[in-house]
Design a protein around this ligand. Structure first.
Ligand SMILES: *Cc1c(COP(=O)(O)O)cnc(C)c1O
Length: 469
């Protein structure tokens, strides 16, 4: 891209008086906006011809990394291919132009879709009812915990104000519990990555009467299947608590097993993860909450409408296009792909828990620690080779976490290409560590100051014209 010609900012391309449009002759007289409602000066908008605008934005879009341009093994996020049929379905004007306040008899099709999607999710999870109001996974967690809180209070059980959360949990779990006004009790993980059942027994023995729920994700945030769920569920149920399933990792379970059958009472699903909606950059999302029979009367009021309808349409299109038999392949294929990468790289990358994983797994940086090359360096170097980085420095259980999730969609050739590059980077780290430590070398922007960018984002353009005045 010629950044000088097409500019980093559209304002830099502006030439006074240049236009990309011409309006038709006005045959209908004119209307002046009252002076009191007009701005004193003209807005400093960029003035460009159409072709310059098209090239500027097309070039900008090419600077973005997306799952449509390359492999995106971002663990914990399930960045899977989003089939174009989903987009076509969601873009149908009959659905896209719906208004939430339309009379009910004009939205029968949309309502049918909600009901059919609910039925599909019930069949896939083993739960009885879903609400689609939550706008994301974290919103679903809060909604689900409110269900649990409402349930205990409806029984007059006011003492249950504690939620058990594993130390490996996603940060949103304790955050949602806190927002819900509940106290967090952390349960430890064992060296094998699973919940420490003895520690859990101790917590329940000491605080059982105050436990509202236990939150778990299975497979957990290390991509490991928690094998003691039936015992854990019994322990929590026996003390009067409920089991909450964080469904962000439902992907590898599809067709293999169901949270409802494992003993979970309430769960959320991240439709944008497991059921394919583009969600890079934070949205849009949908976090429907499912409950077992009887708990649906405790659904709280968290939003007035049926959540992000477009995400629901994409999810339903994904489920329908896979169909009953193919949907059973999702989990096993995601699991196969992750294990294939793990086994192909574990001789050069540190695998702290060497066991069969589900859809994702975590390396703890390079095996050879003498090179000084960090997980951050590896992530940056991957960009030079055209790959999005895996999730880095999460989970927090290891210092150099590198969390890889390929998803079910990727071909063996793509996985082999990634494996080759990861091995190449390990070689470079040995032969020429500076090459990796100074990466990326081919992207328009090198390393940014993440903290500064997050804490002091500059999101507006200082208007030159105003500056000159
Ligand atoms: C992504 C994720 C969440 C939060 O979901 P959002 O849709 O991003 O709000 C919660 N738990 C786990 C394990 C996740 O991976």
């Amino acid at each position: 891209m010629n950044s000088r010609l097409y500019g980093n900012l559209i304002f830099e391309l502006s030439k006074e008086g240049r236009k990309g449009y011409s309006l038709p002759r006005n045959n209908y007289g004119s209307y002046e906006i009252p002076a009191s409602m007009r701005r004193a000066e003209e807005a400093a908008l960029p003035e460009c011809d159409e072709l310059t605008v098209v090239r500027h934005y097309t070039n900008l879009s090419n600077n973005n990394f997306g799952v449509d341009t390359g492999f995106y093994p971002l663990g914990s996020c399930t960045m899977k291919y989003n089939p174009k049929i989903n987009e076509e379905m969601a873009a149908q004007p009959q659905f896209q132009n719906l208004h939430p306040l339309q009379p009910e008899h004009t939205v029968v099709g949309a309502r049918a879709l909600v009901i059919l999607l609910e039925k599909s999710l019930c069949a896939l999870t083993g739960l009885a009812h879903f609400t689609f109001k939550p706008y994301a996974g974290a919103h679903g967690e809060l909604t689900g915990l409110m269900v649990i809180d409402n349930y205990h209070r409806s029984r007059g059980d006011m003492a249950r104000k504690k939620v058990i959360v594993p130390d490996s949990a996603h940060g949103t779990n304790p955050a949602s519990a806190a927002v819900c006004g509940l106290e967090i009790v952390e349960v430890k993980s064992l060296a094998n990555g699973q919940v420490d059942f003895e520690d859990l027994q101790r917590i329940v023995a000491e605080q059982g009467a105050e436990i509202a729920a236990m939150m778990m994700t299975n497979p957990n945030t290390l991509g490991l299947f928690e094998t003691r769920i039936p015992e854990i569920a019994k322990l929590i149920h026996d003390c009067g608590g409920l089991m909450y399933y964080d469904g962000a990792n439902l992907n590898p379970m599809l067709g293999a097993c169901r949270p409802g059958d494992m003993g979970f009472d309430v769960m959320h699903i991240n439709l944008h993860k497991t059921f394919s909606t583009p969600h890079g950059g934070g949205g849009p999302g949908s976090g429907p909450v499912g409950v077992r029979e009887g708990l649906q009367e405790h659904f709280p009021f968290v939003s007035p409408y049926h959540g992000n309808f477009g995400v629901m349409m994409r999810a339903y299109a994904y489920i329908l296009s896979l169909g009953r038999d193919q949907v059973k392949m999702v989990g096993p294929l995601a699991t196969l792909n992750a294990n294939y990468i793990k086994e192909s790289l574990k001789d050069v990358y540190e695998l702290p828990i060497d066991t069969t994983c589900c859809h994702e797994f975590v390396f703890d940086g390079l095996k050879d620690k003498s090179t000084g090359v960090t997980t951050m360096d590896i992530a940056k170097r991957l960009l030079d080779y055209g790959y999005h980085a895996p999730t880095i420095y999460f989970p927090l259980l290891f210092h150099e976490s590198l969390m890889i999730e390929p998803t079910e969609n990727e071909s063996k050739e793509t996985l082999d290409g990634f494996i080759t590059v990861m091995r190449q980077i390990a070689e470079e780290a040995k032969a020429d560590p500076e090459l990796v430590k100074s990466a990326p070398h081919t992207t328009p922007i090198g390393r940014v100051d993440d903290v500064l960018a997050a804490k002091h984002p500059v999101t507006t353009y200082k208007q030159l014209r105003n500056e000159q005045n």
